[in-house]
Design a protein. Structure first.
Ligand code: F6R
Length: 255
């Protein structure tokens, strides 16, 4: 462990800007995977919050391949789901638990010591959200994707940095993505998401962003004043935020 590294409080006091890694598309997933492998090597009991979606898929493929050749182990780690649709049946291909299992967890020789999925199949989603909020306490690392509407997790526009893990109404573009991009069997209108308060309290936060379609929103998130129209902009409050962007996603950032 590097004891010379400033504490989070010192970072915050210093107003440390985000670390922005801009990578050629081909190097993006291997670089993100290598950093996660390094974090797991430094702390095998890492508590990690993970998203699903198209962005992290190549990272999960690289991690699964690395685990197969013995280059990393998740055995001591805890994986906490970032979010989940409410109203999709168990096994639905768009479900976040289904995707994370098929892209990463089921491909590991040795699974994480704990996988905290979000219980959206029980009778009370509010209660499930409260239970998941407890699971999201003390995260070492929150890995996040960026929605084209500025959301992180299902913290949709209008969210606040103080928000807890909760049941949310999904933005129209998020609902449409469930069926159009992820193959959901029906269009969900709600979800449960780890709230920005828990994400901002994690030891580190990573924002993963790829493709030109995200370029305008990445610029909005990083270059304009923070605000509820772009919940990702609140991530700049995090003292240890790293943005991993490929060339396309970074194409509108100042040179
Ligand atoms: C999914 C999630 C969402 C996605 C975002 C980007 O678990 O939390 O916030 O990260 O919508 O999705 P992709 O990566 O499919 O463009």
């Amino acid at each position: 462990m590097n004891t010379l590294r400033p504490s989070p409080d010192e970072d915050r006091a210093a107003g440390r800007p985000p670390r922005i890694e801009i990578l050629p598309a081909a190097a993006w997933a291997p670089t993100v995977a290598a950093e996660l492998i390094a974090r797991l090597a430094a702390r095998p009991s890492l508590r990690i919050c993970l998203p699903t979606g198209e962005t992290p898929s190549p990272v999960y493929a690289a991690l699964a391949a690395a685990e197969a050749r013995g280059a990393v182990s998740f055995a001591g780690s805890t994986i906490v789901m970032l979010d989940e649709w409410v109203g999709l049946p168990p096994g639905d291909p768009a479900r976040c638990d289904v995707r994370l299992r098929s892209e990463l967890l089921d491909r590991l020789r040795v699974p994480p010591s704990l996988f905290a999925a979000i219980d959206v199949d029980g009778p009370d989603p509010d209660e499930a959200a409260t239970r998941h909020d407890a699971a999201a306490v003390g995260l070492d690392l929150a890995v996040l994707g960026l929605g084209t509407n500025g959301h992180v997790g299902f913290n949709e526009p209008g969210s606040s940095p103080d928000d807890a893990t909760r049941l949310v109404r999904l933005a129209v573009s998020t609902r449409e993505a469930a069926t159009a991009r992820y193959g959901a069997s029906r269009m969900p209108t709600a979800g449960i998401t780890v709230g920005l308060a828990r994400l901002l309290a994690a030891g580190e936060a990573w924002l993963l962003v790829t493709g030109e379609r995200k370029a305008a929103m990445l610029r909005r998130a990083l270059e304009e004043p923070e605000g509820p129209d772009c919940p990702a902009s609140y991530l700049r409050r995090h003292p240890r935020l790293t943005v991993f962007a490929d060339d396309g996603a970074a194409s509108l950032l100042p040179k």
